[in-house]
Structures are given as structure tokens and as C-alpha cells.
Design a binder for this molecule. Sequence first.
Ligand code: PXP
Length: 242
Amino acid sequence: MKPDRIRLGVNIDHIATLRNARAEADPSLLEMAFIVQEAGAHSITVHLREDRRHIQDADLPELKKHMKIPINLEMALTREMLDNALAIAPKSVCIVPERRNEITTEGGLNAKTNIKKLREYTSILQNAGITVFPFINHDDDQLQVCADCGVDGVEIHTGHYARSFFEERAFRRELTLIHSAAEFCLSNNLEFHAGHGLNYQNIEAICQIENLVEVNIGHAIISHSLKVGLFQAVKEMKGLLQ
Ligand code: PXP
């Protein structure tokens, strides 16, 4: 069978949000993660936030113990999260900026102002066998800093791209900038990932990027799952990743 060209990471934070709303065990994060796995996702993405608004500390060892597909941990660039990552040893981490009052990750990491820490944490994580992907905007300076820090690749923030979907000019501009970020990655030996705001409509143009290796998608899949079920929602997205 032909291997899938683009890997799908499913972000399951929203399932934890629903569970936490009642502070009970339902829906079971693990049970839902099994469905995501069964439907063919390549990895599970979770973001352990400083305020623990969705994923809880106890979720991580549980997922790590029972899942066959890899865990991608989104983490802020803090000592606490570094220690958590080292304790859990996910396959990869995505280093994200974190602001307490934001609804979701609202922008890319400023790798430039965090260069010292990014370099130090990258080396610590890689020595522990964990691959490192900063979540950044499609900005030449940010890409260069990431390359200089020796990261394995980057996840490009597609939030602006997603929001501009119905404005032809802005959409074309965003897409061009994402393409040039992908070209930078190709020539600098960085793996290219994309995520944030991707959905069943806007994914098609992103899939045209030849060196796109992975997308991480949460909100669109979990929302669609309310209509068609989680298994079907993951399957449909997988079907679009060609
Ligand atoms: N990638 C990163 C780094 C994120 O922070 C998020 C949101 O948690 C996603 C991908 C998924 O974004 P969405 O839920 O909009 O698909």
C-alpha cells in the first residue's frame, strides 16, 4: 500500500475541555484517542497548558502508555514544560507561545527573542530522542533562527491563511508566503508542518505544498465529529490529504 504522503495529527484538546466541563470522566480522552487512531490518524496532538484548561498532567502518561501512534506534545518554552516533556518522552514536541488569556494559540513563537532558550531546549530534547518543531509564523527571520537552533523542522501557523479564506487577495498572499516558508525548509533540511485553523475546505491548497509532511488539526475535526462521529470525521480529513 502506498504510504500516506501527508501525516495527520489530530489535536484532541477539545475533548478534554468537554470532559473538564463536568469534572467527570466522560468523554474518556483515551477512548476518543483510540477512535482517532482507529480512523487512521498518524499522531495525537495535545497541549498541556500552564493553566491546565484542557489536558491534565495525568492524561499524558495514560496516552503514552496505551496509544500505538505517536504523541506530539505542544509545550511552552518553560522549564516546567521541558521537565514534563522529558518525563513523558513524546515522539515530538511543538514549541508554542502561550498567553494566559488567549482563547487558543494566537500567534507563532518569537524564536528570535527566545533564541538562547530555544537552542538550549532543542538540544536537551533531541538528546532525549524527542524531535523539536517550533510553531512559527511564515517569517524569514523566524525560519532562519529556527534553522540556526538546529530544530528538526517547523510547524507554520496557518491561522491567518485560514481566516483569509474568503478574501481572494489576502488568501493568495498568505498562500504564497506559506509556500516560500516551505521552500526555505526544503533548502535548509527542515521538515515542514502546518497547523491552526485548517479545515475541510481550506486544506486542499495547503496539500499542494510538495514538501508538506504533517498537518495538525483539532477544531474542525472535533466540530465535524458532532455531526458525523469522530471516526468518520478523521477519515474524511485523511481522505483530503493527498
Ligand atoms: N497546531 C498548533 C501548534 C496549535 O496550537 C493548535 C491549536 O491548539 C493546532 C495546531 C490546531 O489548531 P485547530 O484547533 O485550529 O485545528
